[in-house]
Design a protein around this ligand. Structure first.
Ligand SMILES: Cc1cc2nc3c(=O)[nH]c(=O)nc-3n(C[C@H](O)[C@H](O)[C@H](O)COP(=O)(O)OP(=O)(O)OC[C@H]3O[C@@H](n4cnc5c(N)ncnc54)[C@H](O)[C@@H]3O)c2cc1C
Length: 419
């Protein structure tokens, strides 16, 4: 790579979408650099796992990535971005990456909606708990309540069961009717149906309760019980840990920083996966939550398009993924009752310890931030932003650099990336 304009295609995110984009761009002859803030390629779904455990398609994609000649900057965070210019901070300091085209593949994160007790020790996110278990957290013999939404519940419950946890309850907040209609539509995706059945078999002795959610978590010093409800009844379940979230939301901050249109909470893209900004493409869950297969095919289209190659042959497969995403959204959107759980003293912004009674619904995100500091902490609204949107309908405020916490020294005039 030379000193100036060194990269043809920069990819942000080394999950399934980013790896697929990098492979397709690099195999088309482009010089490609992939950055990811984590140390291992593979994104949320693959990075914790031994290569031997991965499904064939994942193993093949990882092998192609390693052979593709694409450069992988691991442990490197993007903290500022405009089209063609990426400011990143890695183990060796900050760099300015100048790219002919950019592919955003920044994935999704969990939607946390506050309820009394959600800040108690041993209350985690649903996917967050799975990530900790994969990283070595001991759950053998622990009684765990899972309260979440969407297909992520099944692999998480399976992981916990396989690690010896005693699942005390697995709760899906969406009403039975919505879940049943979604399940019936899965005949179009027999692979997903079979996968769901495999996961379910690992925790088959545990009831899967639809239309049920956690109302509060209680305990002295750590969570000891979860109060569950189905809207008419409420009951208490003793437990050592809780995994609670409400599905996933796309991570769109990098797209916002680049000036891309965000529509209905996702980075909007055209048929070629190009955003509203020329030369900036997006793929995977930042364009809508649809699972790993959709992320891979979208990444392929984005990578080919960024490298100036045609990708029409992949459109039909991608469109099936998009249709699946729309069905997921309809089935698993948060029910309104989840809004009523937080009481006056519930912490809403965990970074700044802002309680619900310190906020006024009429404020809007910007005034709320200025008046209470909600959204001003280390997560920069990534956690409380979704909660405030759900509780008050506040729009996410505009993002400002730095997108992730960085030392002041990283903000000095940056140097071009060298070989
Ligand atoms: C916590 C969690 C657990 C999940 N577990 C499962 C599971 O068990 N099974 C399943 O089928 N699906 C799971 N999913 C869904 C899964 O993430 C997707 O199906 C798939 O991984 C999406 O691929 P992606 O490439 O779009 O995004 P991701 O795999 O999320 O990859 C996005 C990557 O972008 C990087 N990134 C984001 N912002 C920046 C930045 N500013 N600078 C540098 N890097 C950045 C992230 O570090 C991440 O590695 C999970 C999702 C989450 C959020």
């Amino acid at each position: 790579m030379s000193d100036h304009h060194a990269v043809d295609v920069a990819v942000v995110g080394a999950g399934p979408a980013g790896l697929s984009a990098a492979v397709h761009a690099a195999e088309s002859g482009a010089r490609v650099t992939v950055i990811d803030q984590t140390w291992h390629a593979g994104g949320q779904i693959w990075r914790h796992r031994d290569r031997a455990e991965l499904p064939d398609e994942a193993r093949a994609l990882m092998a192609r990535f390693e052979a593709s000649g694409a450069q992988h900057l691991a442990g490197t965070s993007l903290f500022d971005a405009r089209p063609g210019h990426l400011s990143v901070l890695g183990p060796n300091g900050s760099l300015e990456l100048i790219a002919g085209a950019v592919v955003l593949a920044t994935g999704a994160r969990e939607r946390f909606l506050p309820f009394p007790g959600w800040t108690l020790p041993n209350v985690f996110g649903v996917g967050g708990l799975q990530a900790l278990v994969k990283a070595g957290l001991e759950v053998n013999g622990k009684r765990i309540v899972l309260s979440g939404s969407g297909p992520l519940l099944f692999p998480v419950a399976a992981t916990l069961a396989q690690h010896g946890a005693q699942l005390a309850a697995v709760c899906e907040q969406a009403p039975r009717g919505r879940v049943t209609r979604f399940a019936a539509s899965l005949w179009r995706e027999p692979g997903k149906l079979a996968q769901a059945a495999r996961y379910r078999s690992t925790f088959r002795h545990v009831p899967f309760r639809m239309g049920t959610w956690i109302e509060r978590a209680e305990g002295e010093g750590r969570v000891q019980r979860a109060i569950l409800t189905d809207g008419t009844r409420r009951w208490s379940v003793d437990c050592d840990m809780v995994g609670a979230a409400c599905g996933l939301i796309p991570s769109v901050e990098v797209g916002m920083a680049m000036g891309c249109d965000i529509v209905n909470g996702v980075v909007a893209v055209d048929a070629r996966q190009q955003t509203s900004v020329a030369g900036v493409y997006a793929a995977g869950e930042c364009t809508g939550v649809a699972g790993e297969d959709a992320a891979i095919v979208e990444g392929a289209i984005a990578g080919l398009s960024a490298a100036g190659r045609p990708a029409e042959a992949l459109y039909a497969r991608r469109d099936r993924g998009r249709a699946f995403a729309a069905r997921l959204e309809t089935a698993f959107s948060p029910r309104p009752e989840l809004r009523d759980r937080a009481d006056a003293t519930t912490i809403v912004c965990r970074c700044e310890d802002v309680r619900l009674d310190e906020l006024r619904a009429e404020w809007g995100a910007r005034q709320g931030k200025l008046a209470s500091r909600a959204g001003m902490g280390a997560c920069q609204g990534r956690v409380c932003g979704a909660a405030l949107a759900h509780l008050f309908g506040w729009e996410a405020p505009r993002v400002r650099p730095p997108l992730v916490p960085v030392p002041v020294s990283a903000l000095r005039p940056a140097e071009p990336l060298r070989d």
